[in-house]
Design a protein around this ligand. Structure first.
Ligand SMILES: O=C(O)c1cc(=O)[nH]c(=O)n1[C@@H]1O[C@H](COP(=O)(O)O)[C@@H](O)[C@H]1O
Length: 276
């Protein structure tokens, strides 16, 4: 049985409090320019500070896209560290979108970095299972031991994914379905919402069956990639723990903090309160 301070339980409480929206912090160079910021570490830091001011304490989950920080090297990662820490200090759950996945021994190092004691540690991290779901075991173990969560890529929003993720495997189900089933098995002993989530693009037309998951479902691809409330409702049905995730469509409302907050409220309201 998972403890009450497990990620799934904490996420469920945050969804009750704030509604279902996950806000992505994706500091694209084009967005820095649109916000009147320089394409350097100072611009990145100003962008991140505005996002923290706008979203801390207001949404269920914030998802910084690690790649946009990594692009500036060690100084960019230092900005990410401060951003994650500031959000968490304000009681806002943070999902580091790092999409990690490697052989077991390297996976253990990633688990330490993102879910253990390292300076980059977040409440949850995105993982890629395409070296084999079981290769993620070290991260699942650390997540459970530390009350943290993971979101495993199942059916991603990009069109190139279809050839791999919709391929049919041994048991006659798709690769994406096998990932969801493996995640569901890890959540089976959890009474409420488990801590092993999956990622399904809101743009995906052949989504895996998510009914047995008993864990959170991140739906990126809303807004800029073309999905809207209708697609989210179709995928979400009456499933608990669904989080539509929006980055550019919301961030283009910046740099004003109140404009960003209004955009988050407006986009969040379009989905209504999804079941928890
Ligand atoms: O894991 C993700 O968040 C993710 C999975 C996926 O299937 N598709 C996808 O777009 N994402 C991420 O979600 C964000 C989408 O950004 P926008 O298209 O600007 O809303 C980016 O950070 C992507 O890396």
């Amino acid at each position: 049985m998972e403890p009450t301070d497990a990620f799934g339980a904490r996420l469920r409480a945050a969804l009750h409090r704030h509604g279902s929206l996950c806000v992505g912090i994706d500091p694209h160079p084009q967005l820095l320019a649109a916000w009147g910021l320089t394409d350097d570490v100072a611009g990145l830091a100003a962008f991140a500070d505005i996002c923290v001011e706008a979203f801390a304490g207001r949404v269920a989950l914030v998802k910084p896209q690690v790649a946009f920080f990594e692009a500036y090297g060690a100084a960019g990662l230092a900005v990410l560290e401060r951003t994650v820490a500031a959000l968490r200090a304000a009681d806002t759950l943070v999902l580091a979108d790092a999409k990690r996945g490697d052989i077991g021994s390297t996976m253990a190092a990633y688990a330490r970095a993102w879910l253990g004691d390292g300076p980059l540690v977040a409440d949850a991290v995105t993982l890629s299972p395409y070296l084999g779901f079981d290769a993620l075991a070290p991260a699942l173990q650390v997540a459970r031991a530390r009350g943290r969560g993971v979101f495993v890529l199942a059916a991603t929003s990009n069109p190139e994914a279809i050839a791999v993720q919709q391929a049919v495997v041994g048991a006659g189900c798709t690769v994406a379905q096998s990932i969801v089933d493996a995640a569901a098995a890890r959540n089976a002993d959890t009474a409420t919402l488990g801590s092993i989530g999956v990622v399904v693009g809101a743009t995906v037309s052949d989504a895996p069956d998510l009914h047995a998951l008993n864990g959170p479902i991140l739906l990126p691809g809303v807004g800029y990639q073309g999905a809207g409330p209708a697609e989210v409702r179709r995928l979400a049905g009456d499933l608990p723990g669904v989080l539509p995730s929006v980055s550019r469509e919301l961030l283009r409302a910046g740099p004003g903090v109140s404009q960003l907050q209004a955009a988050a409220d407006r986009i969040g309201a379009a989905f209504g309160f999804l079941p928890t």
